[in-house]
Ligand binder design. Structure first.
Ligand code: ATP
Ligand code: MG
Ligand code: MG
Ligand code: MG
Length: 439
């Protein structure tokens, strides 16, 4: 992409309405634009990153054997009356009437709708296990929308639902989700720690939230510092293996890690004192096992091997896809701007032409642009007629992992400069070597 043809409305000044760094940087880097409280437009670069996050989620869900689908954002209230949540959800639910006076709502989550789909089409245990998910916009009329996309009213969520014959099967689905979520967040360059939490309005017994540690997080968390040493890495996992998934669950959830909702001071005090941590965290996902709560209320039953009808065991699993953009920035930035992890960066490298219009510099930039593109990488070429200082500032602000700086002086010696955004280290090398290093 050539910056002269892109839409990247970078702001020079700090927007006064933004209280935290991720919100500030998302506005300054031209990623989003607020349209109403807690409701945002996603500008081209912000949208590109959002898509990258979605892709990672899709890939990891597919790997775990879960089926992608899509449900509507506007739903009839009927199903919600059936489950009893129409009233229970309270003011966070945006209620709408259509022209016929029928009660509708903008979906805040989709347990009811998916359970209805399930009961309409599945009647035998032979069709189980089944896990389906979607990545769809949700609306919750939050009391205090704030911090940009971190607590929006409209936000993008991955929500998945498992249907199983027995509690054991459903707990396998729970563990499978834990594993796939660990992989998902790590690919985004994030450490998200599973913590025992409270099931709140969802109901149910088992639930873990995934938290990214950050001072600006809205949750208070308590943990054994040893949990921060754990990482899933690139190990192979057989998602169909009950034992393998259970082993990961055990490894990642045995040490003390809880949100304030379930915090237990006595248990916490059993952790060696030098490892006890109290901190703040951003909730980027949550998994639930809630048994037969919805299937009983809504008659989602299957015929078991014994010929008897029984309600299915269910769970639901959410990832805050749009919130993740903010969480990644909170975890990865410096005073110059964003530092995108390689896995989610909107462009792989920036090319800065120090002297636009200089025949040699222009030609060298074009050659770099083509070479990187041919390798399947996406460069962002700053081909504007601007001062070098301004170009550097914009590149640092938008946070691409690499910058290649091209100028007449370097070219006389046959070199360009390759700079790492994260370390700030620069190295001079021939253009071909820079291309090779990024490949
Ligand atoms: P929170 O405690 O932050 O209000 P929640 O527990 O109500 O979140 P869930 O129902 O667990 O949210 O939804 C799944 C995920 O969706 C959350 O883990 C979070 O990452 C994301 N999410 C929830 N509410 C919002 C919001 N208002 N804006 C952006 N993302 C959100
Ligand atoms: Mg909430
Ligand atoms: Mg929560
Ligand atoms: Mg939650």
């Amino acid at each position: 992409m050539r910056l002269s043809r892109y839409f990247l409305p970078v702001l020079k000044e700090n927007p006064s309405e933004a209280q935290i760094v991720s919100h500030r940087l998302m506005l300054r880097a031209g990623l989003i634009k607020q349209s109403a409280a807690g409701i945002y437009s996603w500008l081209p670069m912000g949208f590109k990153i959002l898509r990258k996050l979605e892709n990672i989620v899709h890939e990891e869900q597919a790997r775990a054997g879960h089926l992608a689908m899509l449900m509507p954002t506007i739903q009839s209230a009927d199903l919600w009356h059936e489950s009893g949540r129409y009233d229970a959800f309270g003011d966070e639910m945006l209620r709408i009437k259509d022209r016929g006076g029928r009660e509708m709502l903008f979906t805040p989550t989709a347990e009811e709708l998916i359970t209805d789909i399930f009961r309409s089409h599945v009647s035998s245990y032979k069709d189980l296990p089944l896990t389906m998910y979607q990545i769809q916009w949700k609306f919750r009329d939050e009391v205090r929308p704030r911090f940009g996309v971190m607590r929006g009213r409209e936000f993008l969520m991955k929500d998945g639902y498992n249907f199983d014959l027995t509690k054991e099967d459903a707990l396998h689905a729970y563990n499978r989700h834990l594993v796939s979520y660990l992989r998902t967040y790590e690919r985004m360059g994030l450490q998200a720690i599973p913590m025992r939490a409270d099931s709140g309005a969802m109901g149910g017994d088992d639930t873990h939230e995934f938290l990214v540690l950050a001072e600006t997080g809205e949750s208070e968390v308590f943990y054994d510092s040893a949990v921060t040493d754990l990482s899933f890495g690139d190990r192979e996992i057989d998602y169909s293996s009950v034992e393998d998934c259970a082993a990961v669950m055990e490894e990642f959830t045995t040490k003390y890690a809880r949100t304030d909702e379930t915090h237990d001071e006595a248990l916490f005090n059993e952790v060696p004192e030098e490892r006890r941590r109290t901190a703040r965290g951003i909730e980027v996902g949550q998994i639930f096992y809630f048994g037969t709560k919805y299937s009983e209320a809504m008659g989602a039953t299957v015929q078991g091997p014994d010929g008897k009808n029984q309600p299915v065991h269910m769970g639901s699993h959410g990832i805050g896809v749009s919130r993740l953009l903010g969480a990644i920035i909170e975890a990865s930035h410096d005073d110059k701007g964003i530092i995108w992890p390689e896995g989610v960066t909107p462009f792989h490298a920036g090319i800065v032409n120090l002297k636009q219009g200089d025949a040699e510099a222009d030609a060298a930039c074009e050659a770099l642009y083509s070479a990187l593109t041919l390798m399947g990488l996406e460069p962002l070429y700053d081909d504007r007629n601007e001062r070098a200082g301004g170009k550097f500032a914009s590149m640092d602000l938008v946070g691409l992992p690499w910058r290649i700086t091209v100028g007449p002086r370097g070219l006389k010696n046959g070199v360009v400069e390759l700079t790492s955004r994260r370390t700030g280290e620069s190295e001079e090398m021939p253009p071909e070597a820079a291309v090779q290093k990024l490949g």
